[in-house]
Ligand binder design. Structure first.
Ligand code: 3PG
Length: 216
């Protein structure tokens, strides 16, 4: 698949998601009930981050047991991480940043992928490798919507999934930006709720958020 068609694929996948929860799973046993809770609340597209020792097994378990979830892998930092994501059958990949090595590996691979950018130069690197769908990270901390609008001047065709500092209070504002496909963040899966197994609470929070955000 060419980089362009992979970009169209991930753009559509992100756009349909509206919200992509960033999952950091500490205990393997939480993976499936957490994913089920999110899906039950209408949040189907999930970013399982490679930040814990159980992350790969957690993603595999979700893919095997929660067929309605669209599972992507996040925190892909290098070619090894990319290979792990491809091997476990992820539908997409996301990175907080983008080294030339990673961009090269991803452009040659088969996984639809959104590299992370926070500056014009990083965005130019991503574009040079064929990536015009990017994660804007850390969105609020890197200048927020003002920074995103400024980037849209020289780069009007870039499509973005902002992540970092986004939550219930500002998700709709970000989603109203014309170049924003969806927003990402950890607010729909708080660590305390995961630890406590508050799956019903997570489902309720997701359902409320999706109702508000889809209506906007
Ligand atoms: C990420 O990895 O994308 C961020 O850690 C998510 O940021 P948030 O916790 O501020 O939502």
């Amino acid at each position: 698949m060419t980089t362009t068609s992979k970009q169209d694929q991930i753009a559509e996948l992100i756009r349909q998601a509206t919200v992509i929860p960033v999952l950091t799973i500490e205990r393997l046993a939480d993976a499936v009930p957490l994913a089920k809770a999110l899906v039950a609340g209408g949040v189907r597209t999930l970013e399982v981050t490679l930040r814990t020792p159980v992350a790969v097994d957690a993603a595999k378990a979700i893919i095997a047991e929660v067929p309605d979830a669209v599972v992507g892998i996040g925190t892909i930092l290098n070619a090894d991480d990319l290979a792990r994501a491809e091997a476990l059958g992820a539908k997409f990949g996301i990175s907080p940043g983008a080294t030339p090595e990673l961009l090269k590996a991803v452009a040659a691979g088969r996984l639809p992928f959104a590299p992370g950018i926070a500056t014009a130069s990083e965005l130019m690197q991503a574009l040079a490798h064929g990536f015009d769908v990017v994660k804007f990270f850390p969105a609020e901390q890197a200048g927020g919507i003002k920074a995103l609008r400024a980037l849209a001047g020289p780069f009007p065709n870039v499509r973005v999934c902002p992540t970092g500092g986004i939550g219930e209070a500002n998700a709709a504002i970000w989603l109203a930006e014309p170049n924003v496909l969806a927003v990402g963040g950890s607010w729909l899966c708080p660590a305390a709720d995961i630890r406590a197994g508050n799956w019903a609470g997570i489902t309720a929070m997701c359902a409320k958020a999706m109702k508000t955000l889809k209506a906007g």
